[in-house]
Design a protein. Sequence first.
Length: 275
Amino acid sequence: MASSVSGASMSPRPFASIDTATPHVARMYDYYLGGKDNYAVDREAADAVIAKFPEARQLALTNRDFLRRAVEFLAGEMGIRQFLDLGSGFPTQENVHQVAQRVNPAARVAYVDLEEVVLVHGRALLATDERTIMVEGDIRDPQAILSDPDLRAHLSFDEPIAVLLIFVLHFIQDEERPREIVRALMEQLPPGSCLVVSHATPRDDLVQGVEAYDKASSQVALRTEPEILAFFDGLELVDPGLVPLVLWRPEWPESELQLKDKKLPALCGLGVKPA
């Protein structure tokens, strides 16, 4: 499957401290989604992934659609009014703040990312939205994120918060203790808080494709179903549990879902912190 974005697409304005020589995972993801916030080095790396794993763009789009459905469910049925999107990437169309505030105009959203171009872009885009902020932070240091004064001023830690880890944890290597990171995040949140995870899984073509990330800003650690399920330890999984992206509360009958989408190598789920 050919990439949907031409190599001649416009690149974002470079900033002095931004590394434009190394592919960055957020900018590569933007490229898969058809965005323009990427550089030639990102497009080249993403195209190398697509060459081995032609469904890369479809996987990104399907993951994005899962995120939308999950946020609608959280803001609607679950009554969640606060969202913490970690490793958020570029705020763009149908992102968390737009989806959540469409369901509940009072919803508050905090995006957290480490990449400077993401922070600059996000802060400019969200400058006039008092219910949404962009905070600098590294998911590998959950305590620093949760103690950030801007974050704590924006979100109330006395009410449930939905933590979104959307295609983020597979960029955390096993030696960086991703399960401990998730546990540290959820331990400090009140009962009723939620964890949303989507994560890529091993499949031969994807295993070959993600080798292109070896020279990117973060490498990929594909994980099995039991390994992904372990991120929800201590939480109550909401139906339908840990499932392929398109099977999480789809908007149409399962019989109408494309078989190829059911087989995309990724799983997702939503867990709730019990009282």
